[in-house]
Unconditional design. Structure first.
Length: 122
């Protein structure tokens, strides 16, 4: 099993993301980056990591992949898994292959999915 983590140095997450396997794990302990926040801290052969806790952290980790695009302030998606898109007001709605829940795309992010819309819907 591969886990995604954010590197921790001198007791603080530093924003570098990497994966590590269970085989890399030495031990895990409680980590308190804030007084009321307890997270796991993984000590591994590749370094020390904690978990990603926000959508922004996950987007920062995944955006290096060309297929990952921010579609709204609170949604990112793999655009290769979008089947089609429909105009919705100034934005759009995207529909995924083999997944029932559509997602709204804001007006300024339509540039990422325009190729999935038919000309009559632009």
């Amino acid at each position: 099993m591969e886990l995604l983590g954010v590197r921790v140095e001198n007791g603080k997450p530093v924003g570098d993301f990497d994966t590590f396997s269970i085989d890399d794990l030495y031990f895990a302990e409680a980590f308190r980056p804030k007084a009321n926040h307890i997270l796991p801290l993984f000590h591994t052969r590749k370094g020390t990591f904690t978990v990603l806790t926000t959508l922004d952290e996950h987007y920062e980790a995944f955006k290096k992949y060309e297929c990952i695009k921010l579609l709204d302030s609170s949604v990112f998606a793999n655009i290769e898994n979008i089947e089609y898109a429909k105009q919705d007001g100034r934005g759009a709605i995207v529909y995924f292959k083999d997944y029932p829940k559509p997602v709204y795309v804001s007006r300024d992010k339509k540039k990422y999915i325009r190729h999935l819309m038919t000309k009559s819907l632009l």
